[in-house]
Ligand binder design. Sequence first.
Ligand code: FMN
Length: 199
Amino acid sequence: MHVTTESLPPERIARLWTTLLVPRPIALVTTLGESGLVNIAPFSSFACLSIVPAYVGISFGAREPAPKNTFANIVRTGEFAVNLVPRSLATTMNEAARVVDTTDDYARLRLTQAEFDRSSSTRIAECPASYACRLVRTIDLSPAKVTLVIGEVIEFAARDEFCVDGAFDPLAAGLISSIGVEDFLALSGEAFAMPRTYE
Ligand SMILES: Cc1cc2nc3c(=O)[nH]c(=O)nc-3n(C[C@H](O)[C@H](O)[C@H](O)COP(=O)(O)O)c2cc1C
């Protein structure tokens, strides 16, 4: 195969491109909604932008008529948390991508809410590691209908059983990543598929 991006329709670019920059870690992002309900949704256009200070980037696709809840909540509150996803939470993560605005996502997804020490973001107790971020800036990537959110990590929370010498052991935690639109890879080496639950 040898193609130029301008010769491909958007869905063909998506199909190919999502398999060519892999594996992409999955951020299961918790934010506080305007009504006080917590929103939880996964994002894999997610990257480390700086080590010290610890900066992360997450790209949000546009949604009409209103932006994605996570994006709107981050812009309004200036805060969010990233929760890392173990294999045991793969289906829960996939289900979190489906928008249900009327419930608190901790209850909907049967997850346990835990706190940070110095951030009002909440974290998912079942996740092996989470970090609280404050919004640094957003960057409109026009003409792409995408906005990049840059956040600075202000607090790490990792389960002691997965911590060794001041580091986190992602293999022991069994984290999963994205290797296609519906394809995933666990750090154990297991590849698996799950259907899309969102538009
Ligand atoms: C594995 C996975 C990765 C995703 N990555 C992204 C992403 O990087 N950017 C994005 O805009 N949407 C992404 N999505 C889709 C969002 O999760 C979806 O649009 C969700 O409904 C957003 O929820 P919200 O409106 O509550 O924020 C992804 C979905 C899944 C299952």
